[in-house]
Write a new protein. Sequence first.
Lengths: 341, 918
Amino acid sequence: MKRIFQCFAVAVLLLSAGCYNDYDAPGPGRVYTDADFEAEGLTYIPIREVKARFRAANPGMNDGSVASWPIEEPLYTRGKVVSSDRAGNIYKSLYIYDAGSGSAIELKLTSGNYLFHPVGQIVYVKLQGLVVGNYRGMLSIGSASGSAAYSNDNIESSVVRAEHIFRGEQQAMLPSDTLVVTPQNYRTVLSDDDLGRLVRFEGLYSRFGKAQWGYQNLFPNYFANSTSYDATSPGWEDIDEWATWAAFRREPFPGGEGFVDTYFYGSAWFTYGDLSGSYGRYTPGNYVVRTSGYSSFRDERIPTDGTQVDLTAIYTKFTNGSGGNVSYQLTLCSARDVEVK
Amino acid sequence: MKRIYLILLLALLAPPLFAQSGGIEGRVVSRGGRVPLAGVRVELQPLGASVVSDDEGRFLLEHIPAGDYALRFETAEFEPLTVAVRVGATLRDIRQVVLVPDMPRQTLDDAVFAEFDTETADDAQSLPTSLAASKDVFDNIASYKFSEMRFNLRGYDSQYQDVYMNGIPLNDAVTGYTPWSLWSGLNDAVRNQEITRGLGVSEVGLGGIGGVTNILTAPSQMRKGLRVSLANGNAMYRFRAMATYASGYQDNGWSYVFSLSTRQGGNSYVDGVYYNAYGYFGAVEKRFADRHRLTLTLLGAPTERGAQQAATEEVYDLVGNHYYNPNWGWQDGKKRNARVRDSHEPIVVLNYTFDITERWRLSLATSLRFGQNGYSALTWQNGPDPRPDYYRYLPSYFAADGDRRGAAWQAVYWQANYLDIRHFDWDGMYETNGMQHDPIDAATYGPGRRSNYMVEERHTDQLDWNFVASFAHRFRNDSRLNGGVGLRRNRTAYYSEVKDLLGGDYWADIDKFAERDFGSDVTAYQNNLDYYEKYGHAHAARTGDKISYNYYAHLIRARGWLSYAFNVGGLAVALGAEAGYASLWREGLWRKGLFADNSKGDSKTLRYFTYRGKINLAYRFSGAHAIEANAVWMQEAPRFQAAFVSPRTRNTTTPGIDAERVLGVDLSYDLRIGDAKFRVSGYYTRIYDQSKVISYYDDVAATYTNFVMTGVDKLHFGLEAALSVPLYRGLTLNGAVSWGQYTYDSNPEYLQTQDNSGDIISAGRVYWKDLRVESTPQTAVNVGLSYRTRNNIFLSADFNYYNNMYLSMSPVYRTDAVITSGMAAEDVARLRRQEKFAAAHTLNASVGKNWYIRRLYTLGFSLEVKNILNDQDIRTGGYEQTRLRKNNETTVTSYEPFDAKYFYLFGTTYYLNLYFRF
């Protein structure tokens, strides 16, 4: 009897000592450096050269072309993160800037990039197997697209991201990381080479509607899919009164009970006041701040007509499918990046 | 030697009846359910006189010379029992002789029904209708042998089986589910049960349509001695140890029982699933002056167990088996499961019984259930969905997007488990949380790292108090009157709390869906607006802090019942009626930003009149033949979670909510010839006006929604039959057939509202009339052979066949809201079609043996092997996902369902039990 009890007690003690929730927390993640990639035999290529190689691979293309450069060479590039998608205005993209070559490019990744790649972080990209592509004048690095309409796609696969995107050192943002544009130099310091960069526009004016510039719609305007609205559209006549960066509308479900929610992109016009030149729809010194209906500052007001602001945003370009009708669009990371003077 | 004799203590209390000569009479019953045992050989030693008990278990030995004897009881399937008796000059009635099943009963614990995640908001544990079985030949087979397929008797949800403990109703007050998990692993301590089958009238309350199980914990009714068992298996947990000691009734009027148990480890098939469970039980009883009994019982089962989640067929194909579990990932070299049930809800029960006279008995009982019941889940604020099998991470998503190359690579990654793609990336989550030093957060919440990923624990902590006063009276004509009143007060706390910040310092407690929709209005996405207004920011919650939602469910139930049973010749009649009142309301403890005026404080109180009426008729033509007919009509209050549109956020009650009503009838024929038993029954049940609320992300409306259904009717009818026939010298043939048809019998109304605003998104009907009720095989067949040798070896083999199993349906697919103009009729039909699983069969076997050591101890083992054919393609359940995919590939926009998720029966499993008792 005694032995049976002893065996039972030992068995219980040995086997019931639960250790199911005893986990050591992992240490901080690895911080990559150039040496890690050089050790793999990869060759560094600056972002400016990535763009140049793309253009070399696509002679004769225009900004509207579906064009790509699938990278098959053992190359890597790097840049400092200059964008944040925390506010939801930038979606699934990360903009990195290479101070050495003075060039920036968009990485097409996934949502929540600010969590993994905060502003100031150096990001390394193993390029072999990825695709540099063009979309209406903007170059980006992503994965191959399954659609003929697009030259590349977001890197949705966590495995592919893990194999190509690496975190480097976290650095402070330097004044030189932001290109400063003023009423005096906007014609000279800003070019297509700066697309994807973080740019601070000083002394811009907000301009509501009525101007003979830009799209057919008056500014600000809102659109979702193929439907657009501005101050002249039924139900939107008082846009000037409430104009916000973007819009959300709940409308009765057509022909039935319930509602349909729609998130509208918003476009606001900012200008240095120079409408003298004319390059189709593009006039230097005029910019469209384009904001997603999913952004957290969607409902904040656009500075009213005539307000002068300093505005910091990612500098982007958008053309039609033929490369015409150019407009330069500014993408805000946050509404705080618009400072009323 | 005398220690092996169990002297039935009730016999001591039984007043001797007047008799004409010396003798002994009594009644032999089984310990489980006190079921009369017919055919028991009763031998008086050393005199040698013997008789066999009759159908009522009664025996009579007359004309016995005065003296001391040993009375030995023997029958198949039960341990032989020897009782010391003294025969005087009169006939002595030793009343009840309780026999214990010979082999360790195939008692199930709730572990066999591994906890499964579903995508519904209902985290409550769903269990089959029966984890206990009566002596009834069909119920025994259905409960034990069909359990592998999550078989539900007559297709009923477990809420229709009433479970009591010493007369206290213990079905979950909020969900109605049977409460077996509260005493998991305490099999020996709760083995003593009174079972009322089906529609029968129970003495502790009328009962519903699924029968009544009353667990008896009075120590004086438990077998004296120590029982120890060790079990090893690969289907549920690796190891179980259980020890129980019962004092038996002592001369000083005291008796007591203690039991301890533990279950540890996982199984051989599903990774990340484990048990870390304990059980304790203590009961003490005191008899005063022979007529008063006071019993105090305390039991609890601190249990931690990892859950499994179903997966799509695509995932199963990629990983190469049907047991993939997406709930876990590697951390510190160990498997860590995000979905862990961690509960400890002790129950204390106090019973007082007063035998006022030989014919009147008064019973008072009160109980309290308290403690905590948490269920963890990974949650995150932003960024990609961290669940490994999220649909966007599967090859099918890439393929649907036209990226065939990406799809092919993704398939390769999954097949090779490249970079652990199949599992949670715990290290990555720690790393991400550790990086969060955003100055915006620092300005708002102060220093520290704001966790983006976190393990929360969702609680449903009950405080459940019961009081029952009942009486029983036996008239001189042997008719019986039972009645009582009961009062139940339940307050269940619903909240979530931070369990693990995964390397971060705090969790910002905001509503992320509301933040997306109302990002500019900071008050709109506050979970606790009062906190925000006091401190100027959301709560930066630390480990153990409450987050997300915090409210009480309040319930009050009162009932009174009366039943009367009498015999007229061979006709036995039982009539019963119950009337009651139920009220329920929500009490919000936080003011939700989106519903500042409708979330804190008491909601409207919902009040319902409840009632039950039953009639049982049984006619015995002879000792061999009997028929039985039963009927019930009842009305129940709706369940709390169905009574509120979104109880996590606000006080709004479900529009159109109504009491649920049930009509049930059945008819049975029983045949007993010698040891051969046969029963066949037909049943017909209609359930009216059930309600249900599900919450999910609606891809069509692009928002989180609540989907309320009212007027859900069901129809259950079918036949069940079983037999047990002794063939030759200990060889017995068993068999059972359950054939039913369980269908939805209405197209219920639904109302879909946006969780963030309460706005109606759509309304209409769910078109599922005549489609099948899910979750159980509607056809089940068993054929088995059992063999018991004279030297206590037991062998059995069973062949089971299942058919008519159906996938659990998403009501969303069966509404007009997902029909777009231009969809062809076949597209609509395809969307609404219900999937039927393939028929399946299994082969199981068991072997066991007892050794009686020096006639003092019993040592034995049993080994059960299930699914010997190792068929790993048998679906036991599954559900349609509520999400829909928008298909723009064709010229017409249409919606397609996401792939369904399935559970599969394990391959070959074993369960080895070694036991010792004296």
